[in-house]
Write a protein that binds this ligand. Sequence first.
Ligand code: ASP
Ligand code: MG
Length: 412
Amino acid sequence: MQIFKFGGASVKDATGVKNLAEIVSSHGSQKLVIVVSAMGKVTNKLEELVKQAHAGADFSTALAELKEYHHQIAEELLGEIPSNYLAFEKSLEEILLKLSECEPMLAYDKVVPHGELMSTSIIAEYLNKTVKCQWFDARSIIRTDQYFTEANVDWVVTEKQVINQLKPLAEESVVVTQGFIGSDLEGNSTTLGREGSDYTGAILAYCLNAECFTVWKDVPGILNADPRILEEAEQYEKLSYREVTEMTYYGAQVIHPKTLKPIAQKSIPLMVRSFQDKAKAGTTIASDNTTKMIPCFVFKGNQLLVTAQVKDHSFMDEKKLGLILQVLDLLNIKINLMQNSALTFSFCIDNKDFKSRRIKELLNRDFILSFESPLNLATIKNYTPDSFNKLPWNRTVIMEQKTSNNYQVLYR
Ligand code: ASP
Ligand code: MG
């Protein structure tokens, strides 16, 4: 059994869906589960719709645009609008009308899954013309907690459900299901966090003991830098799970960060391949892929540097550090870089307004806080002496750290 994941960019129009069908057909008669995201930028559109509907504003134009976008694709592929799709369109509209009564995170998770439900209902219908295929609702197998918008998977229940419900179907025909979505104990829809479809693919690969998990993307494979920032970005042929885990930790947007753990646990190879260049092998990620590592560059913009200073002349000791870390943990904040001195502790995080407000509220009593933003953070993993020359010129360094492998610099 194999798992294929197709992101929004790969199915942004009818041509994309036709291309997906070609990839699936050329896979032959091997068993296959296909995980698909919402089409194009539909998730962003749905996020806007949630905001409007929740605020009681008029959302009719945005909804009409969303429908029209799907209708055009369905018409071009099928010459009609499939009834399965229309049912989701109807439920989306009904939910939006009642949304203002709903708690914001729950509201989000009621609405946003419709992107995946709508895309897969059109795609499955189209695929059915050429291969025997079944549409499957991922919410009936991916069980999560109620941490709406960033739900955590209940592995025990999920594994059981995948084996009992999905596996028998996948033995018989190709299955098309949604990435990114699940449901809680009470049957409420939940989402796994933005870009979470990769993670769904990994969950299914794990539960089905897949022989391989392929992510089809709009890049030729995993590159050592974002080509929009560094022109001479190079592609890796092979990488280890560990290398990719580290790359995602530093912010490289190669794959959803939670994807690696389940597939590494079962040593399932992960392939990142180009849907535009189907003949190319892309990048293979597996346990023992230890090729010589070229430096890898990761750039993160919109960073916030927070400095906490003690109020008396005592040291910034372990107790005080512990207090700060507890608050960050409570707020679900990831530190991207940190440094301490006699009287201060400084940490760099992604700049989100509501989080800095909460930091102020919770740490103001014990520390003098200062904030600086927006800053940039560059990381070079596996640096070489000349790799430093590739960092942006004319930068004012705010904080710098170097270990035997990695170099990080926070700059203005
Ligand atoms: N459609 C979701 C998003 O755009 C999930 C995904 O694409 O992986 O975040
Ligand atoms: Mg996506």
